[in-house]
Design a protein around this ligand. Sequence first.
Ligand code: C5P
Length: 232
Amino acid sequence: MGKDVIVACDFASAKETFAFLDRFTEEKPFVKIGMELYYAEGPEIVRQLKARGHKIFLDLKLHDIPNTVKKAMAVLRNLDVDIVNLHAAGTTAMMTAALEGLTRPDGSRPLLIAVTQLTSTDQEALERDLMIHAPIAEVVMHYARTARDAGLDGVVCSPLEAGKVHEVCGSAFLTVTPGVRFAGGDLGDQKRVMTPAAAKEIGSDYIVVGRPITAAPDPVAAYRRCVAEFCG
Ligand code: C5P
């Protein structure tokens, strides 16, 4: 796996999701299912998308005591998704337990990646709310290193951080990067963005793209443009 465009299916229902994906007659995009869609439709949406042939990044960001996360991951492994994630803030013990839960009896498992710091958290919130006083860039790299040392496969990060994460954690450690926009495109609520071509240049392994594709007048054309820029 690696070097692919993951389409964030941030829809409220299976119906909307299928209406969107039905437009793709020639390709089967790698899709991201987040909390909204998963909580609305349950595991059945994962089974249905799998049955349609999509690869799936299940973005549920687990964060709880190690035993609970281990048992939750043991349930998710049966859904046969390709990537799942958790918060590195859950500590090494939680990440190790998650890996144990995720590993099937035959030794196979989905890729497991960590959220370091949410991109919605800024330096001020880090210090005021979380009482973390190191610079946020250092915190992100420290959490990435902790995730790598726990045996995880990569992190979700801004494309602006992807190069540094590879430097610190090695080129095989995956960087999955949202915050992607076409040159001159609408930023929405994203602040620190990069084009698919620039994300490729800096070494992102996967880009996660939502609205530039889902809200485009021609989503299939927008998806193809992303693939051409990022994978071409
Ligand atoms: O529509 P847009 O391209 O901004 O969607 C990006 C997707 O990536 C959304 O599903 C969003 O929740 C997710 N994401 C993000 N920033 C993070 C983590 C996840 O934008 N740090």
